[in-house]
Design a protein around this ligand. Structure first.
Ligand code: UD1
Length: 420
């Protein structure tokens, strides 16, 4: 297992190009199951999650090529309707094949994705939505078995206890494109990745109104067609580099960003004292002076994203003063606290709150990554720390960041991978 070694306390300076968004790409790849015509996806990030989704599509009978950020998905005669545990259990987004398979083949058997370290992560909203469209759903031996004589549009309230669900909205929206009649999703997720999926489906011939608002209306079609689509930039990768710039007192120019997709992050960083200059597809970020603490509450879009909580915590941990971070999407997503504290941070968890008392300096330590964004927060802390930080279990990182180490190195970070 590889580990990362970071020699901290170096200012980052230079330009970084942000990759395509993982969370937009994965459901869009699932959507290619809705047609027998070829689809081309451009700007795809090189990630382990991308490879996993490609393997799932191949296991379902698609032929898939991935080269230079371009994924070509083609139909073969071997269509299958079973998504295996070995693949689905490694990546939750793969559950998104359920809606398209049910809509296209009228039957599907998809492994339940299971929990993960950031919380329980149920799929009840996915199943509620698909049942409302007329699918008979059965759960047996860890698999969801869905059957239908043909999906029918319906009015569905899809919000759960913790707000809207991104992938449940994606699953039901995809299923609705081939259902008879009109499907209305009330309490839909408004994330830019849902909008990107809707735009891809519209290119495929779907009729969808309201994506990006809490009410989405889909008028079902008999058939969808092939389409070509470029994935939106990854707002979480952009946010991570913005914090890398601030935490090292550096200055970064980020290219290929859509800053309209992360207003809540920009607002909080500006309140903390960041100087941010936005232009059409890029932004420049540096600290004005000593940063100030700010309180954060994670919420569904357009609120502060839970996927930026761990990184923001690393920044607040080295910002003198006290900040309170409230996690309202995944109340247990705090595995990084114990590891950050090994580097000298003073963070206390109380239920869904983290009380962060900023310190002047961190000291490098041996730490262990627990999940994707926790890995990013440990790297950020390592970049700010005095002396050497070693991060173990970095395989999480490859799931969601395209060449993070290489990009950090190109702007001056002393970071290297060590084969263990
Ligand atoms: C997506 C993102 C993930 C991000 C999350 C929240 C992808 C591939 N992943 O995950 O990076 O952290 O949104 O922004 O896009 N819930 C239920 N029942 C369900 C589904 C969800 O109660 O059936 C709850 C979840 O436990 C959580 C909340 O709803 O508390 C939001 O989760 P959801 O938006 O569904 O997350 P994902 O779509 O899985």
């Amino acid at each position: 297992m590889d580990k990362l070694i970071i020699e901290g306390d170096h200012r980052l300076k230079g330009e970084v190009t942000i990759s395509g968004a993982k969370n937009a790409l994965l459901p869009i790849l699932a959507a290619t199951l809705l047609t027998e015509e070829p689809c081309n996806i451009e700007g795809a990030p090189r990630l382990r999650d991308t490879q996993t989704m490609i393997k799932i599509l191949r296991s379902l009978g698609k032929s898939v090529d991935f080269q230079d950020g371009r994924i070509c998905v083609r139909h073969t005669k071997k269509t299958r309707w079973i998504a295996d545990y070995r693949l689905v259990s490694t990546m939750r987004a793969s559950f998104c094949v359920l809606g398209p398979l049910l809509a296209k083949l009228k039957k599907a058997k998809v492994s339940l994705p299971g929990g993960c370290v950031i919380g329980v992560r149920p799929v009840d909203l996915h199943l509620k939505g698909l049942s409302s469209l007329g699918a008979d759903i059965d759960i047996n031996s860890g698999y969801v078995l869905g059957k239908t004589k043909g999906l029918c549009g319906n009015h569905i309230f899809l919000e759960g206890e913790f707000g809207s669900s991104v992938l449940a909205t994606a699953n039901v929206m995809m299923a609705g494109t081939l259902a008879s009649g009109t499907t209305t999703i009330e309490g839909a997720a408004c994330e830019p990745e849902v909008v990107d999926l809707a735009e891809f489906l519209i290119k495929m011939g779907a009729e969808i109104k309201g994506a990006g608002t809490p009410i989405i209306e889909i008028r079902g079609k008999k058939l969808l067609y092939g389409a070509t689509h470029k994935i939106i930039p990854d707002r979480i990768e952009a946010g991570t580099f913005m914090i890398a710039s601030l935490i090292t007192k550096g200055e970064l120019k980020l290219k290929n960003v859509n800053w309209r997709h992360f207003g809540a992050v920009i607002d909080k960083l500006e309140q903390a004292g960041a100087w941010i200059k936005k232009s059409e597809h890029c932004l420049v970020i540096k600290a004005r002076a000593q940063l100030k603490p700010v309180n954060i509450t994670t919420l569904p879009y357009p609120g502060f994203p839970t996927d930026m909580q761990a990184q923001m915590m690393a920044l607040m941990a080295v910002t003198p003063g006290v900040s309170i971070i409230t996690e309202k999407v995944y109340p247990d997503r705090f595995m990084h606290i114990a590891e950050l504290n090994r580097m000298g941070t003073r963070i206390k968890r109380e239920g869904p709150y983290a009380i962060v008392e900023g310190v002047k300096r961190l000291s490098g330590a041996k730490v262990m990554a627990s999940d994707l964004r926790a890995s990013a927060s440990l790297i950020l802390a390592g970049l700010a720390a005095r002396a050497k930080t070693q991060i173990l279990r970095i395989y999480h990182l490859e799931r969601g960041y395209d060449n993070l180490e290489g990009k950090l190195r190109s702007v001056g970070a002393k970071i290297r991978r060590h084969k263990v």
